[in-house]
Design a protein around this ligand. Structure first.
Ligand SMILES: [Zn+2]
Length: 336
């Protein structure tokens, strides 16, 4: 048996793909007669993940994702394309795209069912808008949601609060948000001049936020840093990405999780260099300063962190090396 037929046989046995390069085609046929062919559905079946924060049962549901392709200059406009690619290469991150997850946290606090943010809802494209279906699959009916903490009024966080017909998706929920955030987007001319987006896109975002907030006015309740809207939740002001951007510290029976929301949009770029921002920041300099301050604290505390945009399901910890940080993903746990 010559070398090439041996390697091919080994590959077939292992069902391996990819490593052999283009000369050995993708082994798509069943290797054994009894082995069914893997169906290709185009999407993953799993849309929720359970874990526990002390006595609080927690659930992450995905609303989907958005892909920034190419990632530069939307991510790290301060860097050259080559500098960002070097950071991505070093971390085995693809160069051609950065996927932003939409991870929504759902907490059961006593008799309350609480969401932190809601995803794109009907505002997004074909890769998002799955939150309601995933909540239902996990046994949570929208009518049972009694509170939503809205970390900020960008479409990927507020969009899911309204249904396709413009009615409230969570009609019985109080919606907690920052007054600064509310007043910014509902004011006569929100200053979006520091965003790295075309003028048309900026005004579209402002109009969408103002419209959504007007529709939800009856459900809104304002909170600020230090407030505790529900037992175990403490609001933390983390401005910069938007003027009234909030994070949420969750604590129960000695366990803590810090929900950073949009303090980072990518698990490599904003950690390798916390000064690297994203085009969606209202105030990039303030966003970078807030990120550095909060990341340093969370690294020192070895805190368990939940991140809206980082790889599914968004749980991890922040490590620190000099002026850089790194994101350590929490391994999947079978038991919640
Ligand atoms: Zn976001």
């Amino acid at each position: 048996m010559n070398h090439s037929s041996m390697s091919r046989r080994n590959l077939l046995h292992a069902g391996a793909v990819g490593a052999a390069g283009a000369s050995v085609a993708f082994v798509h046929k069943p290797v054994l007669a009894s082995q069914p062919e893997l169906p290709v559905s185009g999407s993953q079946p799993c849309g929720f993940y359970r874990f526990q924060i002390g006595e609080i049962p927690a659930l992450v549901v995905t609303d989907g994702f958005a892909s920034l392709s190419p990632p530069h200059p939307a991510i790290a406009p301060q860097a050259t394309k080559e500098e960002l690619e070097k950071a991505f290469d070093d971390a085995f991150h693809p160069r051609d795209r950065a996927n932003l997850e939409f991870n929504i946290l759902c907490l059961t606090i006593g008799s309350d069912t609480v969401l932190i943010d809601t995803g794109m809802g009907p505002l997004g494209g074909p890769t998002s808008g799955r939150a309601l279906a995933n909540l239902r699959a996990a046994g949570v009916e929208p009518e049972s949601v009694s509170a939503v903490v809205l970390t900020h009024a960008h479409g990927d966080h507020i969009g899911g609060l309204l249904g396709k017909d413009g009615s409230s998706a969570f009609p019985k929920a109080k919606i907690f948000m920052s007054k600064a955030e509310h007043d910014f987007w509902t004011g006569p001319s929100p200053d979006l001049s520091k965003m790295g987006l075309p003028a048309e896109r900026r005004s579209g975002m402002a109009q969408a936020a103002a419209k959504s907030l007007a529709s939800l006015a009856k459900q809104l309740e304002f909170v600020k840093g230090g407030d505790s809207p529900l037992k175990g939740l403490t609001i933390v002001d983390t401005p910069g990405h938007t003027p009234g951007h909030l994070s949420v510290a969750i604590e129960s029976a000695g366990s803590r999780v810090f929900a950073i929301s949009d303090l980072a949009h990518n698990h490599v770029a904003m950690f390798t260099n916390p000064q690297w921002t994203i085009a969606f920041d209202t105030d990039p300099a303030q966003a970078a300063a807030t990120r550095t301050r909060i990341f340093s604290r969370l690294a020192d505390e070895r805190a368990r962190v939940f991140a809206f945009h980082l790889p599914w399901p968004g749980l991890g910890r922040i490590g620190k090396h000099g002026t850089s940080f790194w994101w350590s993903i929490e391994p999947w746990a079978w038991q919640a």
